[in-house]
Design a protein around this ligand. Structure first.
Ligand code: NAD
Length: 258
């Protein structure tokens, strides 16, 4: 890892575990200062501990990304502490309850959309506002999923939220392109995190879902984090409005479990 984010201030939502935590630490290794946001104080402080152990500087801010006032306060905190905001990974998300539409409650639909889609919109709103205040420039990556590109029977709310993130990413990228703010998304297949474990650990499900990954394994959080760091770096300077698929070949082999 080089020093490609030297001098930059970064934000990671959902940085208390999984892909978010891994990316926060990788941001720090690339020399960015890192603001970690999430709902769980202890896990958030643990991520900051990992950032410091990697020689970096960071802080945790307890934040629910579905609440406008909390997201606004989060960006303000980043600016108060580190003076600016240059890069952001809007990663926080939940799987919700995976059931057929007829069994899905309105409460679960609302919660999934509020966190996964409205949460990304709120983060974009206050991040872009801050970047424009600084005179423009910046890079933002939104967390989508391969279920943002294809449907999933029994995962309608989750899939709809992630399809929404991709539309939001394209529209936001168009609005900010002239201000030199690049906005992209990542679309992983199954990644080995607590969410992956919750959804796919039942033996029959695990076996089938694994067979849909031509590489014969799930992704690792660090493999997603590496891509996010690159997308946030100046090395990705001509990339905006895109959704980068990181799936071990899943979509290339769709409908043909191997
Ligand atoms: P995870 O459960 O470890 O991470 C999700 C993080 O988001 C947690 O830290 C959680 O506390 C946080 N979070 C949830 N609701 C929040 C809220 N309202 N406000 C702030 N933080 C909140 O699992 P993960 O796999 O690392 O998930 C990270 C992202 O990756 C999610 O958006 C998920 O949808 C997406 N994703 C995961 C996979 C996978 O297979 N693991 C695949 C594709 C996409």
């Amino acid at each position: 890892m080089t020093q490609e984010l030297e001098g930059k201030v970064g934000l990671v939502t959902g940085g208390t575990s999984g892909i978010g935590r891994e990316t926060a630490v990788l941001f720090a290794k690339a020399r960015a200062k890192v603001v970690v946001a999430g709902r769980r104080e202890q896990e958030g402080q643990e991520t900051v501990g990992l950032i410091r152990a990697a020689g970096g500087d960071g802080l945790f801010m307890k934040t629910d990304v579905s609440k406008a006032s909390e997201v606004e306060a989060l960006i303000q905190k980043a600016v108060d502490k580190f003076g600016r905001l240059d890069i952001a990974f809007n990663n926080a998300g939940i799987e919700g309850v995976w059931v057929p539409i007829l069994k899905q409650s309105e409460e679960d639909w609302d919660r999934t959309i509020d966190i996964n889609l409205k949460g990304v919109w709120l983060c974009l709103k206050y991040e872009i506002r801050q970047m424009l205040k600084q005179g423009g420039g910046g890079a933002i990556v939104n967390m989508a999923s391969i279920t943002g590109l294809v449907g999933g029977a029994g995962a309608a709310a989750y899939s709809a939220s992630k399809h929404g993130v991709i539309g939001l990413t394209k529209s936001a990228a168009l609005e900010t392109a002239r201000s030199k703010i690049r906005i992209n998304a990542v679309c992983p297949a199954v990644v080995e995190t607590s969410m992956g474990e919750r959804l796919f650990s039942a033996p029959a499900v695990h076996k089938y879902v694994l067979s849909c990954h031509p590489m014969g394994r799930f992704g690792r959080p660090t493999e997603i984090a590496e891509a996010v760091v690159w997308m946030c770096s100046d090395r990705a300077s001509f990339m905006t409005g895109q959704s980068l698929v990181l799936d071990g070949g899943f979509l290339a082999g769709q409908n043909s479990p191997s």
